[in-house]
Design a protein around this ligand. Structure first.
Ligand code: SF4
Length: 407
């Protein structure tokens, strides 16, 4: 069978160009696929001084899951998460044997891409990339479908594994798809985020026109980055949900501006935050206060998202000695149907701690610890929870939460 590796050789010699130096100092490196989404929205996020993040539990878990997927694809080893769906998706429509961790470099000036190697641990330049002109990436998994005779479409599938809770940024997939299309002469590409924790998938299909559009947008961004690099002031920072995980957060003038405007809004003349002053507000003043409240809420949301992203990379120090950092939290949810069945059966027994009527009140259509405690009392709820747990009616989910904790 013709594999991706055998097809990549024809592209291996492209783009041996000189590295430009900008302002005679450090050269600009273009963002990689995992960073491109934020840069497409906020150019400043790539041009302001960024800090390196220390590896945290979330990142390590992600690295491990990617290594497991690579081992599963390349060596048939079992992963700690279900890969059946991943292999089925890659093999659909007569896909080639999939390949994992394939590093590519895409040049938006020539609209070409080449393969750098496999499993190179993001060391793109060591493997020949020129990141001042090439966008680099590692495809978690790829398979291709090449028509057996002239005229048949050449298509590919690229998959990006996501281990976190947040949604992936579609620009990452767009860049992956475009590079795969150019490296392997594909007419169209189907691309997906695969969420290992839930087995859920988000997928897109892009044809030649879409891919050409992505190429143009990437070239525009490259040009804008080169033009702005090393110049002051930096381009305007554009705040939003993408601020989470932004490595320039600590140096971002917009974030500082947001915090300042928040303070200014809440103390503005005519809008006091004292509860006693509310009685003296006219309807018009209250309307102004409402508008400011709404804008302050939006500001707070952005500030929180940015600070949480900052804390994901390095703990924030609080004045009382605590630190704000990601912790693993657990959430238990009760399956209302199982709870009702198991408790109704128990209630029918002689000497049961609760009646069928109470079970009916506490369970359907949903059931929670609170509803059980409210209706059955503390002891009854404890017994009920034990029974529901034994019947497999309690699902425990773990997730990351950013919180202030003791160091
Ligand atoms: S924190 Fe947000 S607004 Fe500031 S540079 Fe980063 S992405 Fe842009």
């Amino acid at each position: 069978m013709r594999t991706v590796a055998t097809m990549m050789m024809s592209k291996a010699k492209a783009n041996q160009l000189a590295i430009p130096r900008i302002n005679g100092v450090k050269r600009l490196k273009l963002p990689t696929a995992s960073q491109i989404g934020r840069v497409m929205v906020c150019l400043a996020s790539w041009l302001l001084t960024r800090f390196e993040s220390a590896a945290n539990a979330l990142m390590l878990a992600g690295t491990e899951a990617h290594a497991e997927l690579f081992q599963a694809i390349e060596h048939g080893k079992e992963a700690s998460f279900d890969t059946t769906g991943i292999f089925a998706w890659l093999a659909a429509d007569g896909g080639s044997k999939p390949e994992g961790e394939l590093a590519l470099a895409y040049d938006s000036q020539t609209d070409t891409a080449r393969v750098l190697g496999k499993n190179i641990d993001r060391a793109y330049e060591k493997h020949g990339a020129d990141q001042s002109r090439e966008f680099c990436m590692a495809l978690d998994a790829i398979s291709v479908r090449v028509g057996s005779s002239e005229g048949l479409a050449r298509t590919g599938r690229v998959l990006d594994l996501k281990t976190g809770r947040s949604d992936g940024d579609v620009w990452q997939l767009k860049l992956n798809a475009l590079a795969a299309a150019r490296a392997f002469d594909l007419d169209s590409v189907r691309a997906c985020f695969w969420y290992s924790a839930t087995g859920q998938i988000q997928e897109w299909e892009w044809g030649a026109m879409d891919l050409a559009g992505f190429a143009q947008e990437l070239e525009d961004v490259r040009r804008n980055l080169v033009a702005a690099y090393g110049h002051t002031p930096a381009p305007p920072a554009v705040t939003g949900e993408h601020c989470g995980w932004c490595r320039a957060f600590a140096n971002c003038h917009a974030q500082v501006g947001l915090a300042r405007s928040l303070v200014a809004e809440s103390t503005a003349e005519g809008v006091s935050v004292e509860p006693a002053a509310f009685a003296a507000l006219t309807p018009a003043e209250a309307g102004v206060a409402w508008d400011r409240l709404v804008s302050a809420e939006a500001l707070l949301k952005h500030i929180r998202a940015g600070l949480e992203g900052y804390a994901q990379q390095q703990p924030l120090q609080l004045a009382d000695g605590r630190v704000v950092r990601p912790i693993e939290a657990r959430r238990e949810s009760i399956n209302g149907k199982i709870a009702y069945e198991v408790l109704a059966a128990k209630a029918s027994e002689v000497g049961a701690a609760f009646t069928l009527g109470e079970v009916w009140e506490a369970c359907p259509p949903s059931c929670s610890k609170d509803s059980l405690k409210r209706v059955l009392g503390k002891d009854g709820a404890a017994q009920a929870l034990e029974l529901i747990g034994e019947a497999g009616g309690i699902e425990v989910k773990t997730y990351q939460q950013v919180k202030a904790v003791k160091p």
